[in-house]
Design a protein around this ligand. Structure first.
Ligand code: ADP
Ligand code: MG
Ligand code: MG
Length: 513
C-alpha cells in the first residue's frame, strides 16, 4: 500500500530564494528569542567568556504538511487527557499497584515512591496540583485498510517538564512571518496560506496555567512577597524556551519567578514551622520570598540526582506547602507503564478514570498497542516478539524514563534483552512503532540546511489544576482544564529518536492540508 498522502512538498528553491529565506529565518529567530545556547564544545571559553552567546534554534524552513483532521483530533481530546491524568495522579491506591511492580526493578521509580510515602506519613501540606502536560502523537495510516484516513497515535504522555511550549509559539509566528514577507515561492500560495497555519498559543496558555497555580496558592502566609520558582538544570541550553513563559507570567500576570538550579534548592530555600517554602535569592541575601508554586524543568531524570542530597531536596519541595507542577504522584502518573496499562484492550482502567464513554472512546482510539514484558499472558507473548529478530523490528522498547535517548529500537531489541537479566524485563514496555506517511521538509540546524524525508511529532499542551482531599482517592475539584497550544517537532526519517534538545530534531509548525 502506498504511504503517500501528501502532495509534493516543499518546493525547490533557487540559490537566491534559499538565501532570502535563510536570512529571514536567522534574523527573525534571534530578534524574537527562537534561540538556544550553543553546545559548549563548539565554542571556546575565550570566544564566550561569560556565556553570552545564543544561536538560532533548529527549525524547519517550511511548516510541515499535517492532516487537518489529525490536528483537530489531537487538540480536541486534550481536555479529556487532562481529566484522565489528573484522575490517575489523584488515585494513590491505584498508582501504588503500578509502582509496586516497578520498585524492585527500577531504582529511580523506587526513590520517587519513597519521597511520596515520606510526605504521606506526615500529611501533605498542599492539596492543589498543577499539571502542564504534553501529549505527543504521530500521524498513522491503518495498514490493514487500503482507503484508510490518517489518524493520530500517541507516542507518549508527559506530566513533567514538558518542554518547547516557549519556542513553539515563536516557530508558528516565524512561519507566518516568512509567508508574509514572500519568502515562500508563489507556487506554494494555495498550500502555505494564513488559514493553513494555526498559531500555537502555548506561551500565553502555559503562562496562564502557572498564574492559575500561583493564584490557587492564595495569600502570603509569612508576610513576605509571593513568587514562583522555576526549578532548572544547570547548565540549560534550552533556557529561552523557559524564559518566554517566565516573561509572559510577569508581563501578563505580574507574577515574579526565579530560576533555581535543582542542586541549589537546599542552599536558597527553607521551610518554616508550617512548611511554607521560603526563598532567599543569592543576589539579595537580605530578602525573603514565599514560594507559591514550584515548576519543575529538572528532576525528571536520574542524572539530576547525584546522591542523597538531591533526593533530600526533592523531599523538601514535596513536603512544602507550595503547589507543585508536578507533584510526585503526578510525575509517576506519566510513567510509560501507566500508558501501557491504559492501552490494554478491554481493561477497566480507562473507563474508571474517564467515566464519560464518548471521551474514553476518543482517547482509546489514539493508543497504539503497548505490551508489558512480564509474566502475564500478554507479557509472555510480547517477550517472544521482542526476542525474535524479525518481529522485533516492528517495536520500540521503553524504560520508565523521560527526556529522550533512553529507548531501544527495532533490531537492537533482541540483543539488548539478551544482555539484560530477565528479572529486569518488567521495567520496560514494548510498543508498536508508529509508521507515519512519507513526508519531506528542509531542516535548518547548526547552520546547515538538510533536505529529505522527515517524521513529525505533534505535541498538544494541556493545563490542568485540581484539588484532592487528604486520605481520599479521586479529584475533589477541577479548577482549570484547558487545551494549551501545540508543538510540532520534526526529525530526519533516519533517526529513531526525536528529541530537539537531545540533538536529533527541529521545532516546526503545521501547514494543514
Ligand atoms: P521520552 O519520554 O524519552 O521523550 P518517547 O516515548 O517520547 O520518550 O520516545 C522518544 C522518541 O522515540 C519519540 O520522540 C519518537 O521519535 C520515538 N518513538 C517513541 N515511541 C515511538 C513509537 N511507538 N513509534 C515511533 N516512534 C516512537
Ligand atoms: Mg517523555
Ligand atoms: Mg518524548
Amino acid at each position: 500500500m502506498s504511504r503517500e498522502i501528501y502532495p509534493k512538498y516543499p518546493p525547490d528553491l533557487n540559490e537566491e530564494q534559499l538565501q532570502y529565506l535563510i536570512t529571514n529565518v536567522k534574523d527573525w529567530s534571534i530578534a524574537n528569542g527562537l534561540a538556544v545556547r550553543p553546545v559548549t564544545s563548539w565554542i571556546s571559553k575565550e570566544q564566550d567568556p561569560v556565556g553570552s552567546l545564543a544561536v538560532t534554534a533548529p527549525v524547519t524552513l517550511f511548516p510541515s504538511l499535517f492532516p487537518r483532521n489529525c490536528f483537530e483530533q489531537g487538540l480536541g481530546i486534550q481536555t479529556a487527557y487532562n481529566e484522565l491524568y489528573a484522575a490517575i495522579a489523584s488515585n494513590e491506591t491505584w498508582l501504588k499497584q503500578i509502582v509496586e511492580e516497578l520498585v524492585e526493578v527500577d531504582d529511580f521509580i523506587a526513590e520517587l515512591w519513597k519521597v511520596h510515602q515520606a510526605v504521606k506519613k506526615e500529611g501533605y501540606a498542599q492539596d492543589t496540583t498543577l499539571g502542564l502536560f504534553r501529549s505527543d502523537y504521530m500521524v498513522h495510516l491503518d495498514p490493514t485498510q487500503s482507503a484508510a484516513k490518517p489518524t493520530i497515535k500517541q507516542v507518549e504522555f508527559n506530566t513533567i517538564a514538558s518542554s518547547f511550549g516557549g519556542l513553539s509559539t515563536q516557530v508558528s509566528k516565524l512561519h507566518n512571518h516568512l509567508l508574509s514577507v514572500d519568502a515562500y515561492p508563489e507556487e506554494t500560495s494555495s498550500t502555505i496560506k494564513t488559514s493553513s497555519l494555526p498559531p500555537s498559543t502555548s506561551v500565553p496558555s502555559l503562562a496562564g496555567g502557572l498564574a492559575a497555580g500561583h493564584q490557587a496558592y492564595g495569600k502570603s502566609r509569612s508576610g513576605s512577597p509571593v513568587c514562583v520558582i522555576f526549578l532548572v538544570q544547570d547548565p540549560e541550553r534550552n533556557v529561552f524556551d523557559q524564559r518566554h513563559l517566565e516573561y509572559t507570567l510577569f508581563n501578563e500576570h505580574q507574577v515574579r519567578a526565579f530560576r533555581v538550579p535543582f542542586n541549589k534548592i537546599m542552599s536558597y530555600t527553607k521551610l518554616d514551622g508550617k512548611r511554607t517554602l521560603l526563598y532567599t535569592p543569592p543576589h539579595a541575601p537580605d530578602k525573603t520570598w514565599e514560594v507559591s508554586l514550584v515548576y519543575f524543568r529538572a528532576g525528571y531524570s536520574p542524572d539530576d540526582y547525584s546522591g542523597k542530597a538531591d533526593w533530600d531536596a526533592r523531599l523538601h519541595i514535596e513536603r512544602s506547602a507550595a503547589v507543585k507542577c508536578p507533584s510526585i504522584l503526578t510525575h509517576l502518573a506519566g510513567s510509560k507503564k501507566v500508558q501501557q496499562v491504559l492501552a490494554t484492550p478491554n481493561s477497566p482502567h480507562l473507563a474508571r478514570f474517564l467515566p464519560d464513554k464518548s471521551k474514553a472512546t476518543e482517547v482509546f482510539k489514539t493508543f497504539a498497542p503497548i505490551y508489558p514484558l512480564d509474566k502475564s499472558e500478554a507479557g509472555q507473548e510480547a517477550c517472544k516478539l521482542a526476542q525474535n529478530s524479525e518481529t522485533a523490528t516492528r517495536y520500540v522498547l521503553k524504560p520508565q524514563r523521560e527526556g529522550g535517548g533512553n529507548n531501544v529500537y527495532r533490531k537492537a531489541i533482541p540483543k539488548f534483552l539478551e544482555e539484560t537479566p530477565e528479572s529486569h524485563w518488567p521495567a520496560y514496555i514494548l510498543m508498536e512503532m508508529i509508521e507515519p506517511p512519507a513526508l519531506t521538509n528542509t531542516i535548518f540546524r547548526n547552520g546547515e540546511v538538510q533536505k529529505g524525508g522527515v517524521i513529525g511529532e505533534l505535541g498538544v499542551y494541556g493545563v490542568c489544576l485540581w484539588k484532592t482531599k487528604s486520605g481520599e482517592d479521586g479529584v475533589q475539584e477541577m479548577l482549570e482544564n484547558k487545551q494549551a497550544g501545540y508543538l510540532l517537532r520534526t526529525k530526519g526519517d533516519q533517526s529513531e529518536e526525536g528529541g530537539v534538545a537531545a540533538g536529533f530534531g527541529s521545532v516546526d509548525s503545521v501547514c494543514l492540508v
